[in-house]
Design a protein around this ligand. Sequence first.
Ligand SMILES: Nc1ncnc2c1ncn2[C@@H]1O[C@H](COP(=O)(O)OP(=O)(O)OP(=O)(O)O)[C@@H](O)[C@H]1O
Ligand SMILES: [Mg+2]
Length: 262
Amino acid sequence: MTVVAAEGVGIEFGGVKAVDDVSFSVRQGEIFAIIGPNGAGKTTLFNLISGLYVPSRGRIFLSGRDVTRLPPQALATCGLSRTFQNLQIFFRMTAAENVMVGRHLHERRNVLAHLCMLPSVIRQNKATRHKAEELLAFVGLLGAADRPAGTLPYGALKRLEIARALATEPRVLLLDEPAAGCNAVETAEVDAVIQKIAAQDITVVLVEHDMRMVMKISSRIHVLDQGRTIAEGTADEVRNNAAVIAAYLGAHGSREAERARR
Ligand SMILES: Nc1ncnc2c1ncn2[C@@H]1O[C@H](COP(=O)(O)OP(=O)(O)OP(=O)(O)O)[C@@H](O)[C@H]1O
Ligand SMILES: [Mg+2]
């Protein structure tokens, strides 16, 4: 079943076509990677899918429903969640509180009931805390629940963001460079978490520069260059594709292309 699809999507900034006529469809439970050199349009595509930007052309579908003009909050209630390329952590809050912030989207809120701390609110707060602990355990951070996020190592913060994104119980999770800046051990931890998410039948759309990780865990890979699709296929198909190799060689030397081949 197709869970997320883009159909001829495009947007420009000034004269620059940041995303130009991009189409793809992602099946349930798949890890679908979107790769490409810096400035290829990957984050912009995520911003279009998650409702931060409205495309100037094309349509976006979630589970078959046209969601092209829906704002981010509406998409969250349709089962879409995401992380951002730059850490969006509240450093003074604890790890558990950071996850609880994500969970609040899922809750029924009645301001008066909250002000009066009615029993129903207390129950809800306990349930939220419990869910946050479950998610922290899922990403391997339960022991850090009550630590201020600012005291956690960088790799832990990347997994904390994933836990928070999962707090809305999404069917689709967009991850924008979840391993960026991580060392090899931290990358392996993120890699394991992503595979656990997909094993729960949550669809993952992954933007990532770590080619070893992308090639290892993605079922299919969609390649962008200067806003346009240049290839789509399995890891083997993409790593041997001449246009892909040329795009990476032209962009920043052979390092990523080489890693993709290994
Ligand atoms: N809000 C914006 N205003 C103007 N230009 C933008 C905006 N967002 C993106 N762009 C431009 O669109 C193009 C695609 O940028 P985008 O951030 O989507 O690339 P990316 O593939 O995510 O790159 P990276 O790998 O470096 O994160 C770039 O030329 C960028 O400068
Ligand atoms: Mg980006």
